[in-house]
Ligand binder design. Sequence first.
Ligand SMILES: Cc1cc2nc3c(=O)[nH]c(=O)nc-3n(C[C@H](O)[C@H](O)[C@H](O)COP(=O)(O)OP(=O)(O)OC[C@H]3O[C@@H](n4cnc5c(N)ncnc54)[C@H](O)[C@@H]3O)c2cc1C
Length: 390
Amino acid sequence: MTEHSTVYDCIVIGFGGIGSAALREAANKGWRVLGIDRFGPAHDRGSSHGQTRIIRRAYFEHPNYVPLANRAFEMWDELNKRHRTSIEIKELITKTGLLQIGRPESEVIEGVLHSAQLHDLRIEQFTPREIQLRLPLFKISENHIGLFEPDAAFLRVELCVAAMVNQAVKRGAEICSDAIVERWFVEDSGVVRVLTDQGNFRSKRLVIATGAWSAEMLPDLPLGLQVLRKQQHWFQLDRVDQRIENGFPCFLLEQDNGDCFYGFPEIDYLGMKICEHSRGTPIVGPGTMDRSLNQAELDRTTAFMKSHLNFGRQRLVHHSACMYTMSPDGHFWVDRYPGFSNVVFAAGLSGHGFKFAPVLGQHLIELLEGVCAPELEFLGVANRLADSRQ
Ligand SMILES: Cc1cc2nc3c(=O)[nH]c(=O)nc-3n(C[C@H](O)[C@H](O)[C@H](O)COP(=O)(O)OP(=O)(O)OC[C@H]3O[C@@H](n4cnc5c(N)ncnc54)[C@H](O)[C@@H]3O)c2cc1C
């Protein structure tokens, strides 16, 4: 097996959503950094593909995420400026607003209002009739309300990953694609050894950002991760008001039974993307997940569409299987590896992590430098693992 002689300042395992951001951050510091991935930059086998991701501030999951979302918006704007060197290059982030719908006492509506009040965020409230007048595609139940966050946006997910890898490489990062990390360990000297099917590497520091494969790379940590298969669908509808040029926003709707569906404006020939955020099928091996169309998941989404959208006919144009890596409480795990101050990881992003990629990438590199960010401590392992053992 090849023993590579370079001792890197930092190795990043996995350059998907979070790893590509960490790679860029490390390269910006002038570190000699190597990214290793079992696929290539911006592939469709992990959790960072499917055209679009929503970015929002009024965070229903917990108000602690609001300051991180504020920073994420700034960082994506900055990244976009560097990436978009000509008008022909598609933007990474597109502002559409986000309409969140549900009963006033639903988790989403209560959570959005709570975060908005605590952090003084601008949110507009609409009745079902007001929503239908403005956005006739929606069929809204009388017991629902809509909360509109005007600054929310979507990110072009593959372009974002590719842009971060691109910027890292321009700053001197090396990348090793199609290489599977088998294991890693820290030598007595403190140097990290990373063993792959393309040879062995050494580094002073290590970032582990392996998404759905995190349990394999962090086998000694009881993080309680569960990987869920999630199906993304794109539909053509027999109307046009859902198109982005007609001002259609992103949306998320919580049904009365707690199930949540979301969608995006139609941005190209694939049609309108509509998916389920709730539920999902547990899977064991991310590498062997069945990627063919799951009829039951499609049926749930089309049933949602029939109940909540006004259209005559729809046609499924495209579908793609993706993965949520759930933590037990739905909050991310981002911390130093216990016992090793030169090894950090991000795992269990629980289906809502992409928007924070630049923030988490920066945080991982800062943790390696011994810098602690109090606003990210709620994502750490020490207290939460202790709590879960009580
Ligand atoms: C359908 C869907 C919709 C979503 N919607 C949103 C949304 O609207 N907003 C939002 O913020 N988030 C959303 N998310 C969540 C978000 O996309 C993920 O949290 C995020 O992309 C995960 O990034 P990651 O870096 O952890 O994983 P990935 O991007 O999958 O990266 C992990 C990388 O590690 C590599 N790897 C793994 N093991 C190894 C190994 N042993 N050796 C080498 N390389 C390895 C993989 O090849 C992969 O490239 C959604 C997720 C899905 C699936």
